[in-house]
Design a protein around this ligand. Sequence first.
Ligand code: HAS
Length: 541
Amino acid sequence: MNKRDAKLAIAHIHVAYIALLLGGLCGLLQVLVRSGKFTLPAGIGYYQVLTTHGILLGLVLTTFFIIGFLFSSLSKTAGPLNNRVRTTGWIGFWVMTTGTVITAVFILLNKATVLYTFYAPLMAHPGFYIGLALVVVGSWTSGFAMFAHYGSWKKKHPKQAGPLLSFMSVITMMLWLVATLGVAATVLIQYIPWSLGLVDKIDVLISRTLFWYFGHPLVYFWLLPAYMAWYVIIPKVIGGKIFSDSLARLSFILFLLFSMPVGFHHQLTEPGIDPAWKYLQVILTFMVVIPSLMTAFSLFASFEQYGRSKGATGTFGWIKKLPWHDARFFAPFVGMVMFIPAGAGGIVNASHQLNQVVHNTVWVTGHFHLTLATSVILTFFGISYWLIPHLTGRIMTKETNKLALIQTWVWAIGMFFMSTSMHFAGLLGAPRRSSFSTYGNAPQALEWIPYQIAQAVGGAILFVGIVIAMIIYIDLVFLAPKGETEFPVGETAKCEHTPLIFDNWKLWLGITAMLILFAYTIPFMDMIENAPPGSKGFKLW
Ligand code: HAS
């Protein structure tokens, strides 16, 4: 890959790993506090640590890692970035980094202890919102640079479908762009004027709706880069082929269409939204499960085809043929396996009646530690094992590969303890986002304590996993022997003519816009009309 593009990509990855270390440390502190056996020193608050944890891991680590990975994928498969695109990428990077630092300062000063969802009426210092807005603007800048790069490839190859990995990068960034319009709107129109004292009230329902318009596609912005690796990278790593180029593209398009109009499934218990619209968005939520089922099918097919090409027999004989000792495969594979119960949990969440049982319990925390913190993050680790040495011009040694295999086991075991106990405690009613309390020794609260201790054990194991991940990262950046590492890009099983309709952006963005308008216009008008007097946070009309 072009050296100057590599510098841009690795700069993003560095920020992501710093966020992992600091955010992980906060996670360890949280589970210790929740076990009831530990008190935070120096007057540091539980919710301050929880805010830092959520922002660093949920927003900073993910966004920086993803943008670094997408830039490298585009540079590898659509050719080196031109100077203008690369400079725009650097501007995006610095705007995002500046925004992150500003946000972090206000959280550390305890002026923004509002958790990563920053729900009103919790109010942070305006600097927190301004910092977040800069992170979003920086990411848009990088997104536009990516679109320009893909556009110039398409200009040079008008009758060809864009390279699969580049196509997927563009969809991922497009999804992010459309989704962040919601959070940008609430931050700029509601939170900043409100926190500056320009208006004295904020419409909580509208702010939450705009947040969740963004919040659900956000989870697919995290997931799609993992799917890029599962569809395109893993087949090459195992020595096999991509099952179908068109199927992979279709599943990404379906994510673009259906990830947006589903935010109400986070608001099923909220008053002020007509149940008919909640029902509609629940149906659309079940639509967005389909591309994940397609992905599962395609992965099984890739693995099976490879195994059979190596002489595997019987229904599951192909499993034995997979490269179990290669951490580039093993870490993402464990992520895939964990995504099966994780996805099932998501389907429970989306089912209206079951949601009444689990909403706002620590079950939901268990759900996103399986989806994001296991499936996605283990895949990001798997990507790091070839991407970092590829970018730094080094080779991962056998010893480091062994350490990476151990890291995967440590992570999976830690997450198994932590996430399983979160799911069970959630079913017993334990609330999420609360520091240790026995609620006056209420019998129900006392039932949760063994699970909270198991969470602390899992969290401590996970912290060991973070320390090992940092050791591997330092090795791959500074210490590993110099040499060339392959950027693995898979090919399709058979010569396949990819239909050009997949690149018809007007069509896909048009349908996306229609679905969003269909799912949100009337509920939004209702919210504005029924807002309590004086609470129209916008005050613009
Ligand atoms: Fe979720 C809450 C519904 C997926 C993250 N979710 C959250 C929150 C986060 C989050 C962060 O409907 C909390 C937000 C907060 O702070 O309040 N979620 C779903 C559904 C899916 C889903 C239906 N979520 C994700 C992903 C996330 C994520 C992915 C992060 C990356 N989620 C919800 C709902 C809530 C929610 C409600 C609100 C709850 C509430 O009340 O607050 C689906 O997309 C899941 C589909 C997945 C599958 C699995 C497919 C399996 C595959 C693996 C194949 C394996 C192979 C290897 C091939 C159907 C692709 C196997 C090999 C062998 C040998 C076995």
